[in-house]
Design a protein around this ligand. Structure first.
Ligand SMILES: N[C@H](CCC[C@H](N)C(=O)O)C(=O)O
Length: 296
């Protein structure tokens, strides 16, 4: 029997695929089948774990891998890892309030709240404003710092761009009026911009005041999401670097509001709620769809 547990963080939804509950091995085929909103369970991504191997122990260190709805792997993220930490505690895998999650993108600390539904905080550590770029001939040219520069993402469309790499790449575009419609138009252009060697996630940012940001998201590997943890952090880091905001801000997204704080030693912390949706037991006729068809 294969059981998945579904959670969301302000509408950014993930399925926990735990080997102990019969989950498939991490991979693109299973992820796409599970995340499909019509023929599967439906989610923005799948969290596979806790995985066996070095680092998996009951002292609060667990391994996990994160996949986007389209089957691509992302090194780490923020909402998914906050959800995974909650899953571990409410399924009796740990009694710790502070966990370390080991991901392909490095170790991340999560502090759980006093109750299951209380806000939990992730420390994403430091970040850079660099992004890998491609030269004219198509080869990777190097790593450019991008802070508040005009970027023509298609002929006639220029955005005010700031790169933020916080475990995954983001491109934050400062706009007068960040709307979901504008994100649906500019997001795919930013994610698909041929000059970036690695596709970034896209965030449209409007600064309301020094402590309030409005953000709209278009994620690589997913598309529209009503909230993003690392995206909210990226927007806060970009706004701060541009001198527009204080170190602690509220980030308002369509799904709701999170708090982001930049510490004096230049780490970024995100706090926000998570919600449990429920458990889904897959039907026997669905399970074969989780495995790639083996070529004859
Ligand atoms: N929603 C996630 C970000 C996912 C990023 C993913 N789309 C990628 O980098 O491939 C978060 O809360 O941090």
């Amino acid at each position: 029997m294969t059981t998945l547990v579904k959670y969301h963080a302000l509408g950014n939804d993930y399925l926990v695929a735990d080997p102990e509950l019969g989950a498939p091995a991490p991979g693109a085929t299973a992820t796409r089948a599970l995340c499909d909103r019509r023929t599967g369970v439906g989610a923005d991504g799948v969290l596979y774990g806790p995985l066996p191997g070095p680092g998996a122990d009951p002292q609060g260190m667990f391994q996990v891998r994160v996949f986007n709805a389209d089957g691509t792997e992302c090194a780490r993220n923020a909402n998914g890892l906050r959800i995974f930490a909650r899953y571990l505690r409410e399924h009796g895998r740990t009694h710790q309030d502070e966990l370390t999650l080991r991901t392909p993108g490095g170790d991340v600390r999560v502090r759980l709240g006093g109750s299951a539904t209380a806000a939990c905080t992730i420390d994403l550590g430091s970040w850079t404003h660099r992004i890998a770029t491609v030269a004219d001939g198509g080869q990777v040219a190097g790593d450019a710092e991008l802070v508040g520069v005009p970027l023509e993402i298609e002929p006639g469309t220029t955005v005010h761009a700031t790169a933020v790499h916080n475990g995954v790449p983001h491109l934050v575009a400062l706009v007068d009026d960040a709307t979901t419609e504008l994100a649906a138009r500019l997001g795919p252009l930013i994610v698909g911009y041929a000059r970036f060697a690695e596709r970034p996630n896209a965030e449209l940012l409007t600064v309301e005041d020094r402590r309030t940001l409005r953000v709209r998201i278009w994620e690589r590997g997913v598309g529209h999401t009503p909230a993003s943890g690392s995206g909210a952090c990226a927007a806060a880091c970009a706004a701060h670097r541009l001198g527009l905001t204080d170190p602690a801000v509220n980030v308002v997204m369509p799904g709701g509001t999170v708090g982001v704080e930049i510490t004096e030693d230049e780490r970024v912390l995100l706090s926000g709620p998570t919600s449990l949706v429920g458990r889904v037991t897959l039907a026997d006729e669905f399970v074969p769809l989780l495995r790639a068809r083996t070529p004859r």
